[in-house]
Design a protein around this ligand. Structure first.
Ligand code: 13P
Length: 254
């Protein structure tokens, strides 16, 4: 099955509203002819409506970086799935390792957040990945298995057909040290077989599994040549429109 590649930019806690609009506008102009790659950017919450207006009618779509799992309520400082869709988000990143590490998100919370997203019609980009210690102790597959199983507990294949799975080894995020192609290939293959075992072979074949962790113009081509890599979740290198455009315009023949 042919899966449309997705190249997504996670802007984390960078860029004010005007700065986000400027980069998004440049990006949309540079990518206006692209129809075969799904382009997504995830700016800060406050920039979502501004960026939504800036990219309207272009190939660039919007994602948020997090959400709360309750529909609404007295949860000061939090944001709901309905608020995100109303602000123009189509996707939402859930369970990023920075959220797990600094904000103590558990697999159970990830599961509730995915449920909230799916209920509201938001497409989840579910992040999983092992730490350096887990890899050194040969616990990579065990860690990923638990994150997938617990994070997707109670879901049927139909409910998660639009979910994007993002494999982001924690040790490769923001370090400049991308996983090598052998490591990425091995994990992506494992994840697809895990989805087949837990859900269905149809779901496993249709779901996009993207890689994240020090993706840049210099390594995107070799990453995209890997059969089970359906795109990338890019941090630092997505902040500049020119650099990010080079990643979006990857060429697997090079
Ligand atoms: P870097 O591309 O900066 O390593 O970040 C990856 C990431 O965390 C994307 O979500």
């Amino acid at each position: 099955m042919k899966r449309m590649p997705m190249i997504a930019g996670n802007w984390k806690m960078f860029k004010t509203g005007p700065e986000a609009v400027k980069t998004a506008t440049q990006l949309a102009a540079a990518c206006k002819d692209i129809t075969d790659v799904q382009i997504m950017i995830a700016p800060a919450f406050v920039s979502l409506p501004l960026v939504a207006a800036a990219v309207k009618g272009t190939p660039v779509c919007l994602g948020a970086q997090n959400l709360h799992f309750e529909k609404q309520g007295a949860f000061t400082g939090e944001i709901s799935a309905d608020m995100l869709t109303a602000a123009g988000a189509e996707y939402v990143i859930i369970g990023h390792s920075e959220r797990r590490q600094y904000f103590f998100e558990t697999d159970d919370m990830v599961c509730k957040k995915i449920r909230a997203a799916v209920t509201a019609g938001l497409k989840p980009v579910m992040c999983i990945g092992e730490t350096e210690t887990q890899r050194d102790r040969e616990k990579t597959f065990l860690t990923l298995d638990k994150q997938v199983s617990d994070g997707l507990q109670g879901f049927g294949p139909e409910e998660i057909k639009d979910l994007v799975l993002a494999y982001e080894p924690v040790w490769a995020i923001g370090t400049g040290k991308s996983a090598d192609t052998g490591q990425v290939e091995e994990v992506h293959q494992y994840l697809r077989s895990l989805l087949e075992k837990r859900f269905s072979s149809d779901l496993a074949q249709s779901i996009r599994i993207v890689y994240g962790g020090s993706v840049k113009p210099e390594n995107i081509n070799e990453l995209m040549r890997i059969t089970d890599v359906d795109g990338a979740l890019v941090g630092g290198a997505s902040l500049d429109a020119d650099t990010f455009t080079k990643i979006i315009r990857f060429d697997t023949t090079l």
